[in-house]
Design a protein around this ligand. Structure first.
Ligand code: CUA
Length: 153
């Protein structure tokens, strides 16, 4: 093996090892690994499983809210939610039937909501107005009618 090949191999293996050490450090020391099976739910038992047995807006104080929401063909429950200006809303969502999506144009909220999984997104609503909330995942004949609003005032 030539000297150059040896150097090349050493450098590439070294880079791989460094990356593996960094990823391992982030996962195990900093707890930055993806969650596994912490956010699952039996899709047949959504209505009997907390917090989805009681969907709604929960006031956490300090203008922070948790919005526990279920999605089903073809509705968001609860719909037509109202929050004050500046509210930080943590969405906690799951689907009761098929794969849905949630998108709120003008915000960063854009995610899939799948049966069997709990989806969480946090969004702060600094601008007053009526925000359209749409399903952006084709979910059946009523897909285009699956929308609601969040009013910020
Ligand atoms: Cu729900 Cu499309």
């Amino acid at each position: 093996m030539s000297k150059l090949e040896e150097i090349w191999m050493t450098v590439s293996i070294g880079i791989l090892v460094i990356f593996m050490v960094i990823v391992g450090y982030q996962t195990y020391a900093l707890g930055m690994g993806p969650p596994s099976h912490k956010e699952t739910i039996d899709p047949q038992e959504v209505e009997q499983t907390a917090p989805f047995d009681n969907p709604g807006l929960i006031d956490l104080g300090d203008n922070q809210y948790e919005l526990v929401m279920t999605l089903e063909a073809f509705a968001f429950n609860p719909g037509n939610v109202e929050v004050p200006v500046g509210a930080e809303v943590e969405f906690t969502m799951t689907s009761k039937d098929v794969s849905h999506g949630i998108q709120i144009p003008g915000t960063n909220v854009n995610a899939m909501v799948l049966p069997g999984h709990i989806q969480k997104i946090t969004q702060t609503f600094d601008e007053p107005g009526e925000y359209l909330v749409v399903c952006n995942e084709y979910c059946g004949v009523g897909h285009q009618a699956m929308f609601t609003t969040i009013t910020v005032k």
